[in-house]
Each structure stands twice: as C-alpha cells, then as structure tokens.
Design a binder for this molecule. Sequence first.
Ligand SMILES: [Zn+2]
Length: 248
Amino acid sequence: MFEVTPIPAFRDNYIWLLHCQGHAVVVDPGDAAPVLAELRVRNLMLDAILVTHHHDDHTGGIPELLKKYPAEVYAPSRETYDFPHHAVGEGDIVGLTTLDTRLCVMETPGHTLGHVVYYGANSLFCGDTLFGCGCGRLFEGTCSQLYHSLQRLAELPPETRVYCAHEYTQHNIRFARMIDPDNTALAHRETEVAACRAQAKPSLPSTIALERATNPFLRCETPSIQSVAKSADPETAFCAVRTLRNSY
Ligand SMILES: [Zn+2]
C-alpha cells in the first residue's frame, strides 16, 4: 500500500504525493519546485500526475515536471490542457501500476464544470470540490451541480480518507460554528484542528464520516442548517449556505 505525504505549496495548497518503493504519483502539482525537492529527498521516480481541474494553482508545475520525468498525466476530459495527457471522465479507471493501485474517476462539476475527483484505496483526492468543513466556490458550475456532486461524495464509505487541495479547515470551522453552534462533533473538531494548526501540522486528511458529522455543506438535511438557511429543502438550504459563506 502506498503512503500519502502532503507537499505544501503557495500559501495554503497541498500537493498530495503518493509513494511506494521508489515510485511516486502527485495530485494537482501547481508548483514544480517543492515537488522536485521532495522527489529528490525521497529518491522517488515520478510515474504519474493526476489533475482534478484546470486552475493554475493545480496545474502550473506540470510542464516543468514533464521536462524532468516521463510521467503519464491524467486530466478531466471536459477541460482543455496544453500538455499531453489522458483525458478522463466519469467511471474511468486510472491504473497506477507502480503503486499497485487503481483509482476511479468521478465527475464533480461545480467549482469548475469539468472538475473530477479520484477515488480508491480508501482514499479520495477531491481537489477543490470538498474541503475540510467546507466546499469549493462556484466559479463555473451551478449551485445545484455542486450540491449533487457533494451528495455523491458523502455517500462514499465513511472511513474514506479525504485529501483536499487546500488548508482551509480552520476558517471553514469558524463559519460552520456560527451556523451550527450546537453541533458537539464540530466543537470537538474545532479544538483538534486548532491544536494541529498551532503546531503547523495539516488538518488533513479528514474522513467522509467526519465531514458528514461537521461539514455544513453535507448537513443541509439537519434542522439547525435549515433554520439558518430558512428552507426545509436540502438543496435550497445548501445554496443559501454557499451564498452566506461567500461573504464570510
Ligand atoms: Zn480551483
């Protein structure tokens, strides 16, 4: 089984490094330099690059990495890229043979229209669709699309580890506490994440179970979220919470 290591990049991105016995795969390398440094230190061969969506902070390092390593790139079929890649969409399987792993592609439109996530080996690499205690902003898709994308992720096995692409958890928790103040699991998470961040450790990965218990965007069927959102319809409540969060 592969190990997963976060490579911090820019202000708050994580480039996830999957590695096993000298071989590596990275997810969303927005910057090449920290990835090259980590590969060198760990003496790893980069075999593949997984892309969740087209934003520069997820793809900017790819041309440079391809100059140094003959890696296969997998990127969403509904988006365009100017580097060579395998276009992947809903239901496709990405075989990472050197890690002895297969990941399944799910399309999760919302943050961007073509956004995909990679799921397998009890792990979810979800880019900017799902965050610790939050979700991505709507840059291209509709609120309804993002709602349904997140509902699908919520149905993955509870023990699934959730590898998000940004360290936004603490700020997201502050917002969540405001609209879900009586949630004891959320209060507990706030304490745990504060301790983690005080030591400059990542708050991630989380799990689907933890997100279902604490993430307001996955809790739109609960009375507390619905009363803040002023709607008993989960999808309408979701859109109201997404709008509130935009100005938080
Ligand atoms: Zn993005």
